[in-house]
Design a protein around this ligand. Structure first.
Ligand code: DAT
Length: 176
């Protein structure tokens, strides 16, 4: 059976606004979409190999994660919210949104979140170096990768409106 709704990846450095965007998108989407916060799923279903105390993060078991996601991904109608995108097979994915944020603003968001200094520094540097964007660009066709600024509420609203527009086009192209 062909997909009734697309698979959208929302990626970006932690703190750029993935979850905020995914939540609003689910509310405003013209087709039913389910928000999957991949980090939460990893914890919930124990899809990790180890926990790194130093970095306060999990080493994900990628095979287990892909097995867990495969049935929902082939059905479509999901928003995958994660800070990395290269693990998802190209055949799953219809659109990759990469959120970007000015690094001083990002620093403040991560400080508010209570991240340890080392983790704030690492993420801040990754944002400056465009690590997540490079990864998305090298993993997917350039036509499906969109870089969007996420610094204000206006950005959030216009980004979501743009994705909703994209979904409308996807529907027409797929006759759903
Ligand atoms: P992520 O899921 O990428 O880690 P988040 O959605 O949890 O990020 O957002 C982190 C914080 O930043 C949260 O307090 C909401 C705020 N934020 C994110 N995007 C924003 C935007 N475009 N405008 C204003 N605040 C934003």
């Amino acid at each position: 059976m062909s997909k009734q709704a697309p698979v959208i990846v929302i990626t970006g450095t932690p703190g750029t606004g993935k979850t905020t965007h995914a939540q609003l998108l689910v509310e405003e989407s013209p087709v039913p979409l389910k928000h999957i916060n991949v980090g939460d799923l990893v914890k919930e279903k124990e899809l990790y190999e180890a926990y790194d105390e130093d970095w306060q993060s999990y080493t994900v078991d990628e095979d287990k994660l892909l097995d867990e996601l495969e049935p929902t991904a082939s059905e479509g109608g999901i928003v995958l919210d994660w800070h990395t995108s290269d693990i998802f097979p190209e055949r799953w994915v219809d659109l990759v949104v990469v959120l970007r944020c000015d690094h001083t603003r990002l620093w403040e968001r991560l400080e508010k979140r209570g991240y340890p200094l080392k983790k704030i520094q690492e993420n801040n540097e990754a944002e400056i170096m465009e690590v997540v964007l490079d990864e998305a660009r090298s993993s997917y066709a350039s036509e499906i990768v969109v870089e969007l600024k996420s610094e204000s509420t206006e950005d959030l609203e216009s980004n979501v409106a743009r994705i909703v527009q994209w979904i409308e086009t996807w529907r027409k192209d797929h006759g759903t």
